[in-house]
Design a protein around this ligand. Structure first.
Ligand code: AHR
Length: 501
């Protein structure tokens, strides 16, 4: 199979917001307890945070992490997580049917985020609670002192405010499963009033309003229109979520789902434009795609637990073990975000540790990189700069999600300061290698090229604690430079990163 691609220095989509490589940690399963926090672990620091996990998180270089939920946040009392640990209440978490001891709260999370070099993105409970608790939390976190909540923070050991900029106005409020689920009209009103109150506290906050939980929701995309019409003037981003599954074990259909993702972004972008025009507004609202990942490997088996009667502490739920096929899907998802970097400014892989995550741990044992760690790390490290508008001409295939799915899924990023061009390429064809002619126009003479390849003969191959490098990158030999042209050979079903200097 052959494809022709042209990259031109002046054909740009947008400067990529580094927050495109954000992540998410929820009080769910072993994400927090047994994930980032395990006081008895041999690598734990004075705060009980696992050092081995922290090192892997740092390796991903994720600039922002959303917390504390997810569905969990919609019945969460943030005040339960402050003050002396032994006085904090244990609560029943209604979202995941677990017992929440509140040993980790905002102070512990903030210290961990600081150590990891991560900016916090905090979610507010607009399910079981509302405006008043939201404004109290923001005051506790961000006000320097001299008020009830800020002085309480000081009393609890933190003198300086954390100055958190990004605040989510609830989570998946369109979902009937959500505690305190609302109609678009009800939610739009509450979100707008909450946004107004928070803006009265600090105009510079970045506020994120809930869009749809996925594009199959019956209320999509009318939800976005109604909610944006209610909140447009007071919010900065609209949140979208999407998870990808392959129950039928059909690689072609699975890998085509990135087209569905692209359509979702396009439709919501159109809805934003519609509301902007209707309001005669000059302001742009952008997309915070703050939950995305492959999620299906454990979904059915988790149901028996979630629908059971037992209340457990940190049960091993949503612990998808990712395979090589998921590397291709995650690579395509990240490519889709890069290609829409003008509209998607924030995106958070859901989640970061143990729960549908690139990092896996054994409680009391090791921590290792899941297969999907690699495409995320490569995009996070090298997908920074300007997203290029590539012209791509190549073979396509038809699938359930879309017709004319390009077999070559490619995104390009120009880092003008570093003088580097990076291409992320997924060959979605399992049958044939892809020969790519890639013309580089206007970038100046290229001197060298590096090819990093992830390829495994078995789409189902996984990484485990005993075999952590089963699916891992290696140096490829499929890229050569010839004047202003790059020639690539991408093996069937493979992920490649090509870096040109
Ligand atoms: O990430 C797991 C869950 O998926 C989140 O709690 C929720 O927001 C979404 O439905």
């Amino acid at each position: 199979m052959k494809a022709r691609v042209t990259a031109h220095e002046r054909y740009a989509v947008a400067d990529i917001d580094p927050r495109l490589y954000g992540s998410f940690l929820e009080h769910l399963g072993r994400a927090v307890y047994g994930g980032i926090y395990e006081p008895d672990h041999p690598t734990a620091d004075d705060n009980g945070m696992r050092g081995d996990v922290l090192e892997l998180v740092k390796e991903l270089d994720t600039p922002v992490c959303r917390y504390p939920g997810g569905n969990f946040v919609s019945a969460y009392n943030w005040e339960d997580g402050i003050g002396p640990k032994d006085e904090r209440p244990s609560r029943l978490d209604l979202a995941w049917h677990t017992v929440e001891p509140n040993h980790v709260g905002i102070h512990e999370y903030a210290d961990w985020a600081d150590k990891a070099g991560i900016d916090m993105m905090l979610a507010l409970n607009l399910g079981s609670r509302g405006l008043d608790e939201a404004r109290a939390f923001v005051e506790y976190v961000n006000h320097p002192g001299g008020s009830y909540w800020s002085d309480l923070r000081k009393k609890n050991g933190r003198a300086d405010p954390w100055n958190v900029k990004m605040w989510c106005l609830g989570n998946e409020m369109d979902g009937p499963w959500q505690v305190g689920h609302k109609s678009a009209t009800e939610y739009g009103h509450l979100a707008n009033e909450t946004a107004k109150a928070l803006r009265a506290f600090d105009r510079s906050l970045e506020l994120i309003v809930c869009g749809s939980s996925h594009s199959d929701m019956p209320t999509y995309p009318e939800w976005e229109r109604t909610v944006l019409e209610a909140t447009y003037d007071n919010v900065d981003h609209i949140s979208l979520h999407m998870y990808f599954e392959n129950y039928e074990k059909n690689a072609n259909n699975f890998l085509a789902l990135s087209e569905k993702l692209g359509r979702y972004i396009d439709t919501v972008s159109g809805t934003i434009d519609f509301v902007k025009a209707k309001k005669r507004s000059k302001k742009d609202v952008t997309i915070s795609f703050d939950e995305w990942n492959v999620w299906y490997h454990t979904r059915k088996q988790d149901l028996s637990y979630l629908h059971g009667t037992e209340w457990r502490f940190a049960p091993p739920i949503l612990e998808d073990v990712y395979n090589f096929e998921d590397v291709l899907m995650v690579g395509s998802i990240l490519n889709t975000f890069i290609r829409r970097a003008d509209r998607v400014r924030i995106a958070c892989i859901a989640q970061l540790v143990n729960v549908i995550a690139p990092i896996m741990t054994r409680t009391g044992g090791g921590a290792w990189r899941q297969t999907i760690f690699w495409p995320f790390k490569f995009a996070s490290h090298h997908g920074r700069g300007t997203a290029l508008r590539l012209s791509v001409d190549g073979p396509t295939y038809d699938a359930d999600a879309a017709s004319g799915v390009p077999c070559l899924d490619i995104a390009g990023v120009h880092d003008a300061d570093g003088g580097t061009l990076t291409f992320f390429a997924v060959n979605k064809s399992g049958a044939e290698a892809m020969e790519v002619d890639l013309a580089l126009d206007g970038f100046g003479a290229a001197k060298s090229v590096e090819h990093t390849l992830i390829k495994h003969d078995d789409l189902q191959a996984t990484n485990t604690e005993d075999n952590p490098d089963n699916v891992a990158p290696r140096k490829g030999d499929g890229a050569t430079l010839d004047g202003g042209k790059l020639a690539l050979t991408l093996p069937p079903h493979s992920y490649s990163m090509i870096r040109v200097q």
